[in-house]
Design a protein around this ligand. Sequence first.
Ligand code: URP
Ligand code: ZN
Ligand code: ZN
Length: 475
Amino acid sequence: MSTVLIRGGTVVSTTGRVAADVLVDGERIVALITPGTEPLGPITADTTIDATGKYVFPGGVDAHTHMEMPFGGTYASDTFETGTRAAAWGGTTTIIDFVVQYQGQRVMDQYAEWHEKAAGNCAIDYGFHQILSDVQDESLQAMDELVAEGVTSFKLFMAYKGVLFSDDGQILRAFQKGASNGAMMMMHAENGAIIDVLVKQALEAHNTSPYWHGITRPWQAEEEATHRAIMIADITGAPLYVVHVSAKQAVEQIAAARDRGMNVFGETCPQYLYLSLEEQLAAVSEEWGELEGAKWVCSTPLRSRHEGHQDHMWQSLRTNDIQMVSTDHCPFCMKEQKEMGRGDFSKIPNGIGSVEHRMDLMYQGVATGKISLERFVELTSTTPARMFGLYGRKGVIAPGADADIVVYDPSGHTSIGVDKTHHMNMDYSAWEGFEIDGHVDVVLSRGTVIVDERGYVGKAGHGQYLKRSLSQYLI
Ligand code: URP
Ligand code: ZN
Ligand code: ZN
């Protein structure tokens, strides 16, 4: 087993930062050493990494990705191999991906299929959530089997009728199961029936451009569905995690439920902090014309900056009304994928690719004074690990934890763009032109250096499946 010593850096946790050297033996962290206090003289290791002037963070945990997801008449364009490699470049060392059950499919078959797709291909460690789109007796029984397999969270959809949608009765039954086996119930909270009518009406009125995707998915549809999901959680006693929250009114529903003492949690994504509906409206290019806006078609949609959703979302990250930032990485290329929606926004595959940039984008919140360094670590690594039963191994730099470590240079710089830093399998970047104060210098996954000054030096198949425990936030 080889040893690694990360020397001279500032180790950051949720509760503070300390000058400490980090000693890794094999796959695990074995010691944090205050510099100059080694009783037997300076410790040596097989590999020494100089982190002077740099931050040493626990590796990022992105709890919401869709590698190779069959969706919108096509497949998400990153495979487990390309997507996890891109994640590694950006300092993310764990993903939790969604196994999909469509109607008529057996949950356990789908789970086996996702293992086949991921095994031997991942650059970093990975776990699974399960999407349920066909809630019936066999699916409910599979929820117990999956919890035993380390899949301890289940997502349901209140939108996408005929594809992913579950009605309130089905949601109630799944939540009852979650209440009994301790699993976290995750919700795509948008009122699908309202959206479907608004989409039909917009298309009939010849409003076909990507901007109309957002107009036909108003915040009221998100707020209403969020409230309904909270009520179903309340009736059943199940814990609820609302994914990809974008509307400030939905945040308020989550905050109110938490204030009442409920186990309700909220996740947002970088796109809801940085991007807006107005920018999507203004996006017209020589290459794509008004289809340019398709680059940012995702659900929930981008919200109006004029209405203040983005500022409110940053505030809710600070105040813990929202507890986590994941990417909802669901990439599609413009060519042959997003362009399926030319002349009909409802045919644009929904999703944005960000798995490579989440850590950098969130570090910008630190650089601009919106969140503290400690809160950054909490939002991007520690809380995701605790929320989804990985803490101890992931989400912390401490003896015994997996040596998933990022050496981050706050004086470095990262220019995002397809011809610059871009390793996701997409022909565009949703983050083109973003300039980041900060740079991911070195990344370790379970003690192995997978990114350094040479670039990506890891290998497909290094990443292992993570059997997760129940959420640490539940009592
Ligand atoms: O637009 C999105 N979010 N695509 C991925 C599927 C989902 O709803 O998370
Ligand atoms: Zn969703
Ligand atoms: Zn998603």
